[in-house]
Design a binder for this molecule. Sequence first.
Ligand code: DX5
Ligand code: ZN
Length: 217
Amino acid sequence: MNILSPSILSADFWRLGEQIREIERTGVKYLHIDVMDGLFVPSISYGMPLIASLRKHTDLFFDVHLMIERPERYVKDFAESGADMINFHIEGTDQIGETIKAIRSYGKKVGIAIKPGTPVEEAEPYLDLVDMVLVMTVEPGFGGQKLIPECLDKVVLMRRMVEERGLSTDIQVDGGIAIDNAERAVEAGANVIVAGSAVFKNDISVNIKELLHKMNK
Ligand code: DX5
Ligand code: ZN
């Protein structure tokens, strides 16, 4: 079964608790939480206090996507705020190995993320050290963008690398995923699918049902 990870970046924050309950009722188990610092990406989103607050109310798996410079500075804070998995961009640090170790030292799952312009080979040396690789399918920073088709070619290459090594590393895609391309993302080799605007527009339950159907044919 491929996994859907709804990104709350597109939620209605006035009704966030309610919308998370609706996600739980669909049976989805992941929640994708995008953290932006205004440096690694132009925008600023939210951080530890939001995660800590949500953590008190839900057992969903918190898939935290750090779009921040020098993520090593904040591993402890995000681990303690209640992340289940911490994904950081390898472009944002020169301490990739150390950051992976630090995340593990808190007993959390680890993901490394790459932007559209970063070749998959740059993630290669770390594949056996992480639980997931996040292949961005838009430039990180904003929800509601269109998927860059060439990024799915990178997913194909990444899936090949993982298989050649006999690994079980998850491959996540994030950005511009909707009903009309979720199936293509899975075919390319992704097994964890992030969707923000495609989940939170109109009827959340209907959107999730349709996405899951496309993803798990
Ligand atoms: C973008 C974020 C995404 C975003 C995806 O930088 O990493 O997780 O929420 O939003 P959609 O699915 O609307 O492209
Ligand atoms: Zn994200």
